[in-house]
Every structure is written in structure tokens, then in C-alpha cells.
Design a protein around this ligand. Structure first.
Ligand SMILES: [Zn+2]
Length: 435
């Protein structure tokens, strides 16, 4: 029996029951397929004493073992469900902010076609025929990030304008003007830098850019408002993960979260400590199961990203699309400082990004020579590198509750703040931010 994916929009929109029935069918066929063809999953199921046939309801998914990112890094070829000759693209990468072995992800041509369809739908939400979309992602290989997005852009009848990652802001401005760019797609940190390096000398609102489409890093609400004002345009964000085929979820127009295609992935939220499902409505780790992947299905893949599912029907009218909240922290980028407090990059982005002229920051933990106490040292890049700005930076850092508490209790002293040279943090664009 062949069951078609239910239509997500339009007349005769499907019910929750139809969608769940479809998802259970897809889950069961994914498990049978992976169990029969991937040596990794065959062994996973055997070790856990569970067979694909044991999964009779969506809730039974908790009987299955998790897939850890380290397992992909350790033996990627064991995930393969097809012979290597059927693989159209091997994506090799290190997740940003982490070190360790490189992961490999495999796609067949039909996986790539599906990914491009998703990207096309995503880009179609912010651009249309006739737009010029500035693609500002790592370039290079066919079916790499830049190439896949460019394909999606062409499919909606728009024109991709590829920018190189090491382009100066002045050259980038020239490209935007000459190519009459109307949409810019790039990482939050890079677009903040571009904006801040240009805004003093140029009127960015007059360039004709109608949308900034941001990816990778968390965007604090205050910075979003500043970007909207400076460019006089709409700002939209998306959530992506290379392991899942880059695009996963797109910010809802009504705000407050990201929609994902329930016909393509199952999303769970678990307590990262116990591995048990989180209470409905509470934060936990995002866990994904692919429902349509051919070369390398992933079952209960732990993303390390912390989010929360939103179960209410969305005010935008999307009935069959699931929704989760913006990912503010990743387990791999949380640092526990003296006094036991947790810090992570989004906290400092919230504190610093809105500061006029702020461009980027990086922090280092170190131990004092005299008493071995733990300290933080911040390097902050500003459009105008002036040490007179240090008191304001200090004040903003002290507004981060976790840091303020550890200073108040004497576990840490006030962080050391240094003003970085112009462009110094440019190359740390995707690297670790608290070292
Ligand atoms: Zn919505």
C-alpha cells in the first residue's frame, strides 16, 4: 500500500489524525528499511532488544535507542543503507563550535532533490520571481550549502548572487548595489558585522533590500529590531542542521517559533540528562527522526540543541506543521563557570549586540597566576575601537544574571575587557566563542 504525503495547505487540509497516521506509516517503513540495510541500526536494534515491528504507535518511539553525533563521526559508512555507487554527495563537516572527528553525511540524488524542494519552499517564503538573492554561505563543492541554496533560488525564478565568505564589507556593498540584491541570506554574526561596518557611512535603508534571512546564530529581539530599522526591511530566521540536510525549520510569520514539516521529520524533546521525554511545554534537547531519507536515515538523532515544542495551533493558520521555539543554546557550547553558573554565547549576544557600533566578541576562560581563581577575558570588536567604551561593555556584561551572580558571590572577579583590532574577530565567524 502506498500512502501519499498529505497536502499541508489549501482546500481539504488534512486533520491531525490523518497526519499522525501518515507519520506512523513513514516511521515504521523507515525502521524496517534502516534495520534491513544499515549495519549500524541492525546492531542498535539488536542490542536494545527491539524490532521495527514493535513500534505500533508514534509514542512507541521511546523504545528505540538514540543516535549520538559521535556515532556518526566514529563510523559513518555503517549508517549507509545503499551501496556507495548510489551516493550522489558525501557531506563532510565539523559542527560549528565543536572539535573532534569530522562527520560524514550521505545523500542520494533523490535525497538531494528533496532537500532542494525544502530549500525552495523555504526561500519561497521570503523571496519571489524577479528577486536577487545574495547567497552568503560557504562556497565550493556542488551540493554544498551555497550551491543548494542557489538551486532553490533559481527554482522560484529568482537570481542567486553568490558572495564569498572573505569579502570585505565595502566589496560586499558594491556587490549588493551592482547586482541589485533584494534578499540577503547569511549567518547572523556576518550580517551584524556587515551592517555595523557600513551603517555609519552608508544609508542601508536605500539599497532596496527587502529581506534579511538569517541563519546559524541566535538573533536577540533587540538586534532584530535594529536590523529592521537600519535596512528598512523584514528580518526572518531559520533553523538548519547539516545532518538533517541543512534546512529543518523556518520562522513562522506570526513569530514565536519555527515551523517544521511533520511529514518529513519526527521531533521529540527529551531531558538531556535522563533521556526521558520532557514534560509537554518544557525545554529539552531536540531529537529528530528522518522519515524520507534514502541514503542515511537517522533515528532519534540527538542534536544537542535546546528548544521546546509549541503545541497550540499557530495563529498563522498552518495546521499540519509542527513548531518549536528558537534554539538559544547548544549543549556543546555551554560553559560552567566558577560558582556553578552556566554561560553560553546567546547570553552575551543579548547583552552586547544592541550596543551602538558593536561588531563581535569572543571570550576566554583563564586562571589567575596568584590564586588560581577562574576569570573571563572578553575581546570585543567595535566599529570604532575606543577604550572609552569599556565601562559600557562592563555594565552590559553585568546585566547577564549568571555572570553577575558569580561575581556577587565572589566566585569570579569582574571580567577583563579588551578592545579587539578592526577585523580581528572576522575569521572566528563560525568558531567557538567561549574558549
Ligand atoms: Zn505559524
Amino acid at each position: 500500500m502506498r500512502i501519499e504525503a498529505p497536502a499541508l495547505f489549501g482546500p481539504g487540509v488534512i486533520t491531525r489524525g490523518d497526519m499522525d497516521c501518515y507519520r506512523l506509516h513513514k516511521l515504521r517503513s523507515t525502521l524496517l528499511y534502516a534495520g534491513a540495510n544499515s549495519s549500524f541500526y541492525r546492531e542498535q536494534f539488536r542490542k536494545a532488544g527491539v524490532a521495527p515491528e514493535d513500534i505500533r504507535a508514534l509514542a512507541d518511539i521511546v523504545k528505540l535507542p538514540f543516535t549520538e553525533p559521535e556515532q556518526i563521526a566514529a563510523s559513518p559508512f555503517r549508517f549507509l543503507c545503499l551501496s556507495r555507487s548510489k551516493i550522489a554527495r558525501i557531506h563532510t563537516f565539523v559542527t560549528s563550535g565543536t572539535t573532534g572527528p569530522r562527520k560524514k553525511i550521505f545523500w542520494t540524488q533523490s535525497d538531494i532533490d528533496r532537500i532542494v524542494r525544502f530549500i525552495t519552499a523555504g526561500i519561497g517564503a521570503v523571496a519571489a520571481r524577479g528577486d536577487a538573492v545574495n547567497v552568503w554561505l560557504p562556497t565550493g563543492l556542488p551540493y554544498g550549502q551555497s550551491d543548494l541554496l542557489s538551486r532553490g533560488v533559481k527554482k522560484i525564478g529568482a537570481r542567486p548572487v553568490v558572495a564569498s565568505m572573505d569579502m570585505s564589507s565595502a566589496d560586499h556593498l558594491q556587490l549588493i548595489k551592482e547586482s541589485r540584491v533584494t534578499v540577503i541570506f547569511g549567518s547572523t554574526r556576518r550580517i551584524v558585522r556587515l551592517t555595523r561596518e557600513l551603517e555609519r557611512s552608508h544609508d542601508l535603508s536605500s539599497l532596496g533590500v527587502h529581506t534579511l534571512f538569517l541563519t546559524s546564530e541566535y538573533l536577540p529581539a533587540g538586534m532584530r529590531a535594529r536590523l529592521q530599522k537600519t535596512w528598512n526591511c523584514r528580518v526572518s530566521t531559520h533553523y538548519g542542521l547539516t545532518e538533517m540536510g541543512l534546512g529543518v525549520a523556518i520562522e513562522c510569520e506570526a513569530g514565536d517559533g519555527y515551523h517544521f514539516n511533520e511529514a518529513d521529520i519526527l521531533v521529540e524533546i527529551i531531558d538531556p540528562e535522563t533521556g526521558l521525554p520532557s514534560m509537554p511545554g518544557s525545554d529539552g534537547e531536540l531529537v529528530f527522526t528522518t522519515l524520507t531519507r534514502e541514503a542515511m536515515p537517522l533515528i532519534r538523532y540527538r542534536t544537542r540543541d535546546i528548544s521546546r515544542l509549541i503545541s497550540e495551533t499557530c495563529s498563522c493558520g498552518a495546521k499540519a506543521l509542527g513548531k518549536f521555539t528558537a534554539v538559544k543554546k547548544r549543549i556543546g557550547v555551554i560553559t560552567r563557570i566558577a560558582g556553578g553558573e552556566e554561560i553560553y554565547p546567546a547570553l552575551f549576544d543579548e547583552a552586547l549586540m544592541e550596543m551602538p557600533g558593536f561588531i563581535d566578541w569572543q571570550a576566554f576562560t583563564y586562571r589567575r597566576n596568584d590564586d588560581g581563581g577562574e576569570c573571563l577575558r572578553f575581546r570585543v570588536e567595535l566599529a570604532e575601537p575606543r577604550i572609552e567604551k569599556i565601562p559600557e561593555i562592563e555594565k552590559r556584561l553585568l546585566a547577564v544574571p549568571a555572570l553577575a551572580r558569580s561575581i556577587r558571590t565572589g566566585a569570579m572577579i569582574m571580567p577583563l575587557i579588551e578592545i579587539a583590532a578592526p577585523g580581528e574577530l572576522r575569521d572566528s565567524g563560525t568558531g567557538k566563542r567561549i574558549i
